[in-house]
Design a protein around this ligand. Structure first.
Ligand SMILES: Cc1cc2nc3c(=O)[nH]c(=O)nc-3n(C[C@H](O)[C@H](O)[C@H](O)COP(=O)(O)O)c2cc1C
Length: 385
């Protein structure tokens, strides 16, 4: 679609003639502070919190802010094309919503609200294994819209195979396997409040509705919820997986597989050698390894190493349209948006997520135009200083 995203700007100004202003800030970096004021400390701490002292999350922002765009002049940018080819599908913009678990702690519309907002704009929605809504219900809310499934690759093969079969049957087309969370990291904001939603059976919907999971319980979930939670904790992660184990996932999934959490070029090469289709260069938003390399600093070397063999996606630190521009210039095909849409959901439900998507893409579209680029697909390192 040509030039449509920037038009959101005029829509806002025209609505302003009747006295209306946007319900949420249009500078998406302000959402976190607003969420801190308006939402409960447990939930917002869970979303905003990081591993250790938060240094990795700060490094993610710093690595993007450090890069600067060098605008070019007198180029015809009246018509712009934000669409991209990703894993064999054409997306209207280089954006998907990142998998984020337990969204019911932010808003009762939870994953279905976020998924509907994504669907309405043609943006793929990536459903987390740890969603508070079963994958079939989210699929139902999305109609035919593009949806991907994120797997937390646990220790029970039956449950993993069952998740993949259910995801396939309910129309999830791409499998995103998160590698950076075989264990939960040291997260002081949650630890200080002893806040972990899973212990209360929140974020376990896919497990508690799963026949293979339930087969491992002595009593039905509603009769002994604590035992179900313990069973979940026992199989959620598996720190013993190694590269050859990917064969099991390939056997049970016939669509594209993307590995999320890759930060070293050699791991990206191993992903390609293992027959994977893509990687997400990501450090989980700084939530897993304190002291980790910033995701945007890892991106160019990975794009260089495997850009011709794999689809390279990126997340961790994306807040604004110019961040998206920079990630594409550093070698990503598209980005995943995380916390900003989660704050949008918390502050205004589905409408808040819609606002965030439209702001981000309008800003990207305008940044593209004002920097002298008519298409996202031609962005490269020379667009940056
Ligand atoms: C509250 C929260 C929950 C998350 N849950 C998941 C998850 O279930 N699965 C997953 O692969 N990544 C999860 N992530 C990581 C995101 O997919 C993404 O990598 C991260 O949010 C990017 O960092 P940013 O939001 O700071 O840009 C979560 C992130 C947050 C903030």
């Amino acid at each position: 679609m040509v030039g449509q995203w920037a038009d959101f700007q005029y829509e806002i100004y025209l609505n302003g003639m009747t006295g209306a202003v946007p319900r949420l800030p249009t500078d998406l970096t302000r959402l976190e502070e607003l969420a801190e004021h308006r939402l409960g400390p447990g939930p917002v701490g869970y979303v905003a919190g990081n591993a250790g002292d938060g240094g990795t999350a700060r490094a993610n922002r710093d690595a993007l802010e450090r890069r600067r765009i060098v605008p070019r002049m007198l180029r015809d940018v009246r018509e712009r094309d934000l669409s991209v080819e990703v894993l064999g599908r054409t997306l209207p913009a280089p954006l998907a919503l990142a998998p984020v678990g337990v969204l019911s702690i932010m808003h009762p519309e939870a994953e279905s609200g976020a998924a509907r907002a994504a669907a309405a704009r043609g943006v793929p929605y990536i459903l987390s294994s740890a969603s508070s809504t079963p994958m079939e219900e989210v699929a139902e809310a999305m109609g035919d819209a593009e949806r991907w499934f994120q797997l937390y690759w646990g220790s029970d093969r039956e449950v993993t195979a069952s998740f993949l079969a259910r995801a396939k049957a309910s129309g999830y087309s791409v499998l995103v396997v998160t590698l950076d969370t075989p264990l939960l990291s040291w997260r002081p904001r949650d630890l200080d409040r002893a806040y972990l939603p899973f212990l209360h059976g929140v974020g376990t919907a896919n497990y508690f509705t799963d026949p293979a999971f339930r087969a491992g319980l002595a009593k039905p979930v509603h009769e002994d919820p604590n035992a179900a939670v313990l069973h979940f904790l026992g199989l959620f992660g598996d720190a013993g997986h190694t590269w050859p184990d990917l064969g099991f996932l390939r056997e049970h999934w016939d669509g594209p597989i993307v590995l999320k959490g890759v930060l070293h070029p050699d791991d990206a090469r191993l992903a390609a050698d293992a027959g994977m289709d893509g990687v997400v260069v990501s450090n989980h938003g700084g939530r897993q390894v304190a002291g980790s390399v910033a995701a945007a600093d890892a991106l160019p070397r990975i794009a260089e190493a495997v850009g011709d063999r794999l689809t390279v996606l990126f997340d961790s630190g994306i807040r604004t349209g110019d961040d998206v521009f920079k990630a594409l210039a550093l070698g990503a095909r598209a980005v995943l948006l995380g916390r900003p849409y989660v704050y949008g959901l918390g502050l205004d439900g589905q409408a808040g997520v819609d606002h965030v998507i439209r702001c981000l893409l309008a800003e990207l579209d305008l940044t593209l135009a004002l920097s002298g680029h008519a298409s996202v697909s031609t962005l490269g390192p020379d667009a940056l200083g």
